[in-house]
Design a protein around this ligand. Structure first.
Ligand code: C2E
Ligand code: MG
Ligand code: MG
Length: 748
């Protein structure tokens, strides 16, 4: 518990004990009662003004209730004979208290927000059973109050005896409330303690045959304690939220709800006891027995229902109410057990996940994402019907277990995802086309769930690596491909860990030239992997895998260090100063320490930061802040940032705004057009835009002299491509770049 909370608890306890001690001693009793009565009027008002609770009405009710009780007490202090006025004020306070408690129980508006889990018939019964128990005990209490009120003519019964059953029922309802709530907060706990003290005070008073507490009576100890507890509850900061619907309707756990029935079970016995000698009119014994029996039976049924729903939950996904992995396993066993043994297929298992689900979560929030999952689950369940089982195995991954009569996964998923889904956010409804990637496999009598899911997963994986939004059936070939990729990933891991048996990374350098005269201005470092068995691998063969396995940033770092070291070596051999352009992949962009790595590589090589160009590319699902801060810090040091492959994606313009771009590298596909077309309006527009922003334009993939000429005519300043040179080994690059004839394009 934090220090301020501990101090708070200690201070409250100290004030309470002092007041109880002062009220216990006869000489100081009346002044203390007066002091507390005044405090009970003032403090809640101060609490309301300072903490501004929402909703306000319940606290106004608390203040009014305390006001009535304090006024009654002060009236008695001023005039001990003013019993009628004191009685009226006390009863007014009681009416307000009952109204307050009733309003708390009636507030059942559900806080909007998270999707509502589907309630089964058993759960609906559980809720009704709780209400029946409350109804039965309240009815018993009311019957006893009515019977006692009707018997007030009997001299053995005082009017105060009417209050006793009310107190018992209210106290037990409050105990139920406290037992079944997780988050009462300090103010809530103090309010409950205060209400229980009030009920106890009343009950004891009733036993003594008094209608209200007198200022000089021993019971005044309990009265002051109760009044003080209310006052303390009103000054706690948590008073601001104690009556909010979200807290009042906080979903209770099954065990807490069951526990909450225990105080209610006490009511028939307690009412029977206080309905006895001198404490009011007792109802016929069968009334108590039948309510006690009803409460007992409902509590047992409720317990059984709670156990059943917890058993059901063990096999069910709480969000979508679809089967979870355990439920799937049971359905799988049942499918195989019910199928004829033979070589033929006995069903299919299909593993699917939603494409770009993360995008939905990021754009519309997790609650909307959850609603989409529920909607997908509902559509899948109604499409599959009795011809299989739908399970959610986690995140946005679903499993379909299909009987032989069910449609193929292809048809089924096509039907389910043909219509867009409607994403509901607090502000609007967005129709959203959703696509899925899925892999499936046939089941046979001897199939195992784990292996079948693994096969379906291989098929799903192969769909994802070839562009998503498709359904594939598992084949052995797919498994070999996946295993091949996994073994390459394993080799890559060994290579980066320094293993000598996994080959080595090599760099090639492709000249970046001035288009006007063909002068080499710098080069782009391009990585290759000399694999011991597979030969020289191009980046496309392993960089994607490296990204998947979290190894790509380390490759980029090794390339950066080696490329800068190479530039330093060339510097020692020639006076000509070129720049070095190095590519950064997705993982490097996500690395918050990117600038530190680049800085230390620059420091190790002694290369001036202005001679380093970092090439970034746009990536799907990259957070908009990725790399922004590190690249800005590097740009401030003089490092250049180039936007690679510009023109193939659709968010490139956003990248120009977000990053400190100094060069646009026009993608080969745009340059390709100039083979057949003399002009390109798009290219002209890009050059114009770059000119306005002070950004250099470099064209990639120039393969012919015609393209070169046309690019020059469009105003493109720099270029790269086979027309000048392919990526070269370091010595061949140096031989070309640093020879006196390097300006002649044909030299390459
Ligand atoms: P990129 O950065 O756009 O590099 C240019 C690619 O185009 C290189 O392919 C280069 O060989 C190729 N190219 C250059 N001129 C021509 C041409 O005239 N015609 C054609 N058809 N192609 C040309 P490469 O070396 O296979 O690299 C492919 C991609 O791999 C690079 O595209 C870059 O995105 C990535 N890459 C290469 N090295 C690294 C690295 O160290 N780190 C990271 N993260 N990515 C790298
Ligand atoms: Mg590049
Ligand atoms: Mg490129």
């Amino acid at each position: 518990m934090p220090l301020h909370r501990r101090l708070d608890v200690r201070l409250t306890a100290a004030v309470l004990l002092t007041v109880v001690a002062l009220t216990s001693a006869a000489p100081t009793r009346v002044p203390t009662v007066v002091l507390v009565a005044v405090a009970a009027v003032v403090v809640p008002v101060v609490g309301i003004v300072v903490h501004r609770p929402r909703p306000l009405l319940p606290w106004l009710a608390v203040a009014a209730m305390l006001g009535f009780w304090a006024a009654g007490m002060l009236d008695l202090v001023a005039d001990p004979g003013a019993e009628l006025a004191a009685s009226a004020l006390t009863q007014c306070g009681l009416v307000v208290a009952i109204g307050l408690i009733a309003s708390i129980f009636v507030r059942r508006r559900r806080a909007a927000g998270a999707p509502r889990p589907q309630r089964t018939r058993a759960e609906a019964f559980g809720r009704r059973a709780d209400q029946y128990v409350v109804g039965a005990v309240v009815a018993l209490g009311v019957a006893q109050v009515v019977a006692t009120a009707a018997s007030l003519g009997d001299p053995t019964h005082t009017w105060a005896a009417v209050v006793a059953p009310v107190d018992v029922v209210l106290a037990c309802l409050l105990l139920r409330f406290a037992a079944s709530r997780h988050h009462l907060g300090a103010s809530g706990a103090l309010l409950i303690a205060a209400a229980l003290s009030t009920a106890l005070c009343d009950a004891l008073g009733t036993m003594d045959g008094v209608r209200f507490v007198l200022p000089d009576d021993g019971l005044a100890v309990l009265w002051t304690a109760a009044a003080l507890l209310y006052a303390c509850a009103a000054v706690q900061p948590s008073m601001a939220v104690v009556f909010t619907p979200a807290l009042l309707q906080h979903r209770r756990s099954e065990s807490a709800r069951l526990l909450g029935l225990a105080p209610l079970a006490l009511i028939p016995g307690a009412l029977y006891a206080i309905g006895g000698a001198g404490l009011g009119q007792r109802l016929p014994t069968w009334a108590y027995l039948s309510v006690a029996a009803l409460v007992g039976v409902l509590a047992v049924l409720r317990g059984a229902q709670a156990v059943r729903s917890s058993e059901r939950r063990a096999t069910q996904d709480p969000l979508t109410s679809l089967a979870n992995r355990r439920g799937l396993s049971q359905a799988f066993d049942a499918l195989l057990a019910g199928s004829a043994s033979g070589p033929g297929p006995v069903g299919r298992v299909c593993l699917m996940d939603l494409d770009h689900f993360k995008h939905v979560n990021d754009t519309f929030g997790h609650e909307t994402g959850d609603r989409l999952l529920v909607a997908v689950g509902t559509r899948l369940r109604s499409a599959v019907g009795a011809r299989g089982t739908v399970a959610r195995s986690g995140g946005d991954e679903f499993v379909l277990l299909l009987t032989p009569g069910a449609p193929s996964p292809d048809e089924l998923l096509h039907a389910v995802f043909r219509e867009p889904f409607v994403l509901e956010t607090p502000l609007a409804r967005h129709p959203q086309a959703v696509t899925v990637s899925a892999g499936w496999t046939e089941l046979h009598a001897a199939s195992q769930l784990t292996e079948s899911l693994a096969d379906a997963d291989v098929a799903l994986y192969s769909v994802k690596t070839t562009g998503r939004a498709a359904v594939a059936c598992f084949s052995q070939r797919m498994r070999e491909d996946v295993l091949g990729r996994l073994s390459i990933a394993e080799d890559l891991r060994r290579l980066l860990a320094g293993g000598t048996d996994a080959g080595s990374l090599e760099l090639r350098y492709q000249p970046l030239v001035a288009l006007a005269d063909g002068a080499v201005l710098g080069c782009e470092a391009l990585v290759r992997w000399r694999h011991p068995e597979r030969g020289l691998l191009a980046p496309d063969a392993f960089l994607g895998l490296a990204e998947e396995h979290g190894l790509a940033a380390r490759i980029d770092e090794q390339v950066l260090i080696a490329a800068l070291a190479q530039l330093a070596t060339w510097d020692r051999a020639s006076s000509r100063r070129l720049f070095m352009s190095v590519n950064l992949g997705r993982s490097s962009m996500l690395d918050p320490g990117l600038d530190d790595r680049v800085r230390s590589a620059l420091a190790a090589s002694g290369i001036d930061p202005t001679r380093l160009h970092l090439e970034i590319t746009e990536h799907e699902e990259l957070p908009s802040t990725a790399g922004v801060a590190p690249l800005s810090r590097l740009a401030a040091m003089g490092v250049h940032v180039s936007l690679d492959d510009f023109g193939v994606g659709y968010t490139s313009l956003e990248y120009v705004r977000r990053y400190p771009i100094s060069t646009l590298k026009i993608d080969r596909s745009l340059v390709e057009e100039l083979r057949h077309e003399e002009t390109s309006d798009l290219l002209r527009g890009v050059v114009l835009m770059a000119g306005c922003l002070g950004i250099t334009v470099l064209a990639e993939g120039i393969e012919t002299a015609v393209q070169h000429e046309r690019l020059l005519a469009h105003g493109v300043e720099q270029g790269q491509g086979y027309a000048f040179a392919p990526p070269l080994e370091h010595d061949r690059f140096a031989a070309r770049a640093f020879t006196p004839t390097q300006r002649a394009l044909a030299a390459f």
